[in-house]
Design a protein around this ligand. Structure first.
Ligand code: FAD
Length: 476
């Protein structure tokens, strides 16, 4: 048993855990972050292959422009001093078939540019832009697909507007407007890329925590939370070490947390049951491309490419890739040419399940073949917008839901936490509180995924410990 009792223990060092750690450390709390992996950062960590660092879950960030809440939080934590680069006014280019459609930063630009292509939908676009700016938790039970069809009469425009939400699991029957709107509005309000890899953010937050005497421990897998009826008494690691703290924050998937809770109160039982019943979002397949020098010019926007206007539910066609996101890494040597490109497409757990017995480092030949085929399909699609791409590739590295399961313990390799459902917001949207007085949740599974969503949830988590007024001071 570790004799010390810490102020705060944080389980998991994803962005949510690190933001909570940094905010609480800055407020004078003694923080310990426990991470099961050998590396901190969760989905925003970078990994090295050869001389290149590749990102996992960080391609662009919305809501970073001055005056927006994320900008205030990042400024408070010193993250605005990192090398951010504003993306082009047209930050997302949507390509469906052989036609291209711009998604612009700024609400007026957004409406005007699409109205030029869809003049008969100008009023609807204005209504839509207004709605996106006034979204509230009441919209959790509004279905996004229904809302879009009530607002727009042009099916192609609905596809264009939904195309960049590829990472959201566009399920017609259940996607809440709340999530759809958040995924889009923050980027329209300001889209930014980091010049460098995600580890810059991770290391900065580590510095903030360590500066005040806080600690981050890797290879520290939590396996059990010893509880009485109201509180967590101690946290136990796989290697037998036991830690005590006044408050515990969980940044891990609630299904994992539920398996660790050792306590029999009715509240805990309800919490565990509810978490067992929630479903997970799909995973992502990423082909990370290392390019030959001076072959492909850097494009300061993302390109979403679809074969056909079937953006909603397109991922159910697991065998072939019919939509891909192309994201380029800002050249760090000041050159006009890009050296790394990520191609992303959703991937269902079912597609991976056949290989799920294999562990990292022992993947079967057929798994590698499947990854190769999928990467080629992504590259073929990407070539429509980036001619010459296939010839310019030096190496291709791939990741699948299995990668997320094995490196980050993500159940079913989910990429964006638990599935939210407008038909049952009470069950599928979480809160940062739990039945245990000193256990709080944070991270993408609580409410919204993404850098903005996770950061704002982390603030909500810290509010439970710091109180409303202290948190409001930071955001002022
Ligand atoms: C492919 C992909 C692309 C993305 N692109 C973008 C993007 O461009 N822009 C954007 O805004 N967002 C993007 N995101 C989303 C964003 O990266 C995530 O929402 C965010 O990073 C999740 O943070 P989190 O705090 O929920 O923790 P996670 O990243 O889920 O981390 C949880 C941590 O807990 C650890 N852990 C698990 N079990 C234990 C245990 N028992 N004990 C100790 N530690 C444990 C894990 O190892 C992990 O480090 C992307 C995500 C993915 C997957």
């Amino acid at each position: 048993m570790n004799k010390r009792k810490y102020d705060i223990l944080i389980i998991g060092s994803g962005l949510g855990g690190l933001i909570c750690g940094a905010v609480l450390a800055k407020s004078g709390y003694e923080v310990v972050v426990l991470e099961q992996s050998g590396q901190i950062g969760g989905c925003i960590q970078s990994y090295k292959r050869g001389n290149a660092y590749f990102d996992t879950g960080l391609h662009y960030v919305g809501g970073l422009s001055e005056g927006l809440p994320l900008h205030k939080v990042f400024s408070y934590l010193g993250l605005m001093d990192l090398p951010w680069q504003r993306m082009d006014d047209c930050f997302d280019l949507i390509r469906i078939g052989d036609k291209e459609y711009p998604i612009m930063q700024g609400w007026e630009n957004f409406v005007d540019s699409l109205s030029q292509i869809f003049p008969h939908q100008r009023q609807a676009l204005q209504d839509y832009a207004f709605k996106l700016q006034h979204i509230t938790p009441d919209d959790m039970d509004v279905n996004a697909w229904d809302y879009l069809h009530r607002t727009f009469s042009d099916e192609l425009l609905i596809n264009v507007l939904s195309a960049s939400a590829m990472k959201l699991e566009l399920r017609k029957e259940s996607l809440p407007l709340f999530n759809f709107a958040h995924a889009q509005s923050s980027y329209i309000e300001g889209s930014w890329r980091l010049k460098g890899n995600g580890n810059i953010i991770v290391n900065h937050l580590r510095g903030v925590i360590e500066e005040t005497g806080g600690m981050l421990m890797t290879r520290a897998k939590v396996v059990r939370l010893n509880c009485d009826s109201n509180t967590v008494q101690s946290v136990e690691l796989a290697d037998g070490r036991i830690f005590e703290a006044c408050d515990v924050i969980s940044d891990i998937h609630p299904q994992l947390l539920s398996e660790m809770l050792d306590g029999n109160s009715k509240g805990i039982q309800r919490f565990v049951k509810r978490n067992k019943e929630t479903e997970n979002t799909f995973g992502m397949f990423t082909a990370s491309l290392l390019l030959k020098p001076n072959r492909i010019r850097y494009i300061n926007k993302n390109i979403y490419i679809y074969d056909q206007p079937n953006v909603w539910n397109f991922y159910t066609n697991g065998d072939s890739v019919s939509g891909v996101m192309v994201s380029m890494r800002i050249p760090e040597d000041g050159s006009d040419y890009v050296s790394q490109i990520d191609l992303l497409t959703p991937m269902l757990w079912d597609e991976c399940q056949a290989y799920s017995e294999t562990r990292t480092g022992h993947r079967t030949k057929s798994y590698h073949e499947m990854c190769h085929v999928k990467a080629q399909q992504c590259i073929r699609l990407a070539e429509r917008a980036v001619p010459g791409l296939a010839d310019a590739i030096e190496r291709t590295y791939t990741s699948t839901p299995l990668t997320y399961r094995d490196y980050l313990c993500s159940p079913q390799g989910n990429a964006f936490g638990t599935r939210k459902d407008n038909r049952n917001p009470m069950l599928t949207f979480g809160t940062v509180k739990t039945p245990l007085q000193n256990l709080f949740l944070t991270g993408q599974t609580v409410c919204l995924p993404g850098i903005e969503g996770v950061t704002m949830t982390a603030f909500d988590t810290c509010k439970q410990i710091l109180g409303n007024e202290n948190i409001s001071d930071i955001l002022r």
